[in-house]
Design a protein around this ligand. Structure first.
Ligand SMILES: Nc1ncnc2c1ncn2[C@@H]1O[C@H](COP(=O)(O)OP(=O)(O)OP(=O)(O)O)[C@@H](O)[C@H]1O
Ligand SMILES: [Mg+2]
Length: 314
């Protein structure tokens, strides 16, 4: 078994085929460096929750391996999990107990925590997610957003090295979403590694340093946010009174899909550095009146990686 050290989360060929025959996760190699805020992005049904459940040892992989904070999962769960805070779909809260009492129960189940400070921990966690005022309300009377907040509070009961949060802003109002984002940035700033799943590109873009994109059980992209931006912003747009010459230069440099488009020319930038392209144009006596790297942008990249349309892949 490979246990990749130096990474907070690592998987090798992680695979889950359900009894129904469905291949929900198809041989993925996740790489989450320590200190990263890793956005696990993908449309509905792409395998995010299934992956997270395997990472946390809640579901046994069909094939492949996973390690969490250097521990193989699920074998090393007892060593790894006390250092991990998690929020996964359908948390086990008691419907007839208040938020406060639910957290007190969860806290009591953690034998490594000092019992005398339990109330402080619970109060602190409820405060951080803005639930102090609703602490005494029964869970079954909580709104979706309040339930989600309580789930995050449970993950924050103790300081953790790693937080694994499955769609943490699901069901939150804009204010709550902003608060949770702020909280994640704050925790990351203090050195906590965060893995959060989301189907919202905008969310991932705002808080993440690294991104993994899931599509039909496969990890179709994994990069730093800056790296993905570079891939998304892929077209060089040249303005010039000599478009044909410019196009010839772009072609000679090896840029793909060169198009003459008076008053200028465009091409796929690919791995070429913009400054090299400009230098080559100038060197070939092309009067450059404009040079721009036009973003197809992350949005388009995400769409091109994940999808045809709005339908989920059942
Ligand atoms: N216990 C299960 N048995 C059979 N199939 C399952 C089970 N859990 C999930 N699946 C299937 O696996 C696929 C991936 O589901 P998963 O919940 O991992 O997706 P997701 O990316 O978390 O989606 P969402 O954004 O909707 O939460 C789906 O097609 C789903 O129907
Ligand atoms: Mg899910």
């Amino acid at each position: 078994m490979t246990v990749a050290t130096g990474l907070a989360v690592a998987t090798e060929g992680l695979t889950k085929r359900f009894r129904s025959g469905q291949l929900a996760v198809d041989g993925i190699d996740l790489r989450v460096p320590h200190g990263a805020v890793y956005g696990f992005l993908g449309p509905n049904g792409s395998g995010k929750t299934t992956t997270i459940r395997m990472l946390l040892g809640l579901l046994r992989p069909t094939a492949g391996t996973a390690s969490l904070l250097g521990q193989p999962m699920p074998q090393g769960a007892a060593l790894a999990l006390p250092r991990v805070g998690a929020l996964v779909e359908g948390p086990a809260f008691h419907p007839y107990l208040s938020g406060w009492h639910n957290l007190m129960r969860l806290d009591a189940a953690d034998r490594t925590a000092r019992a005398s400070a339990a109330e402080d921990r619970v109060r602190g966690a409820l405060d951080r997610v803005g639930l102090a005022a609703a602490a005494g309300k029964r869970y079954r009377h909580y709104s979706l957003g309040m339930r989600q907040r309580l789930g995050i509070a449970a993950a924050l009961l103790r300081p953790r090295e790693l937080l694994v949060l499955d769609e943490p802003t699901n069901g939150l109002d804009p204010q709550g979403t902003r608060e949770v984002r702020g909280l994640l940035v704050e925790l990351a700033g203090a050195g906590t590694t965060v893995v959060l799943s989301s189907h919202l590109l905008s969310e991932v873009e705002q808080v993440c340093t690294h991104v993994g994109v899931m599509h039909r059980g496969r990890l179709v992209a994994q990069d730093t946010l800056a790296g993905l931006h570079a891939r998304g912003a892929s077209r060089a747009v040249v303005g010039t009174p000599r478009p044909a010459v410019a196009a010839a230069v772009l072609d000679r440099l090896g840029l793909a899909d060169v198009v003459v488009h008076p008053p200028g020319a465009t091409a796929e930038l690919g791995d070429h550095a913009p400054q090299d392209v400009v230098a080559a144009l100038v060197h070939a006596d092309v009067p450059v009146t404009e040079f721009r790297v036009s973003g197809a942008g992350l949005e388009d990249l995400f769409v091109s990686l994940t999808g045809e349309g709005f339908d989920v892949n059942g």
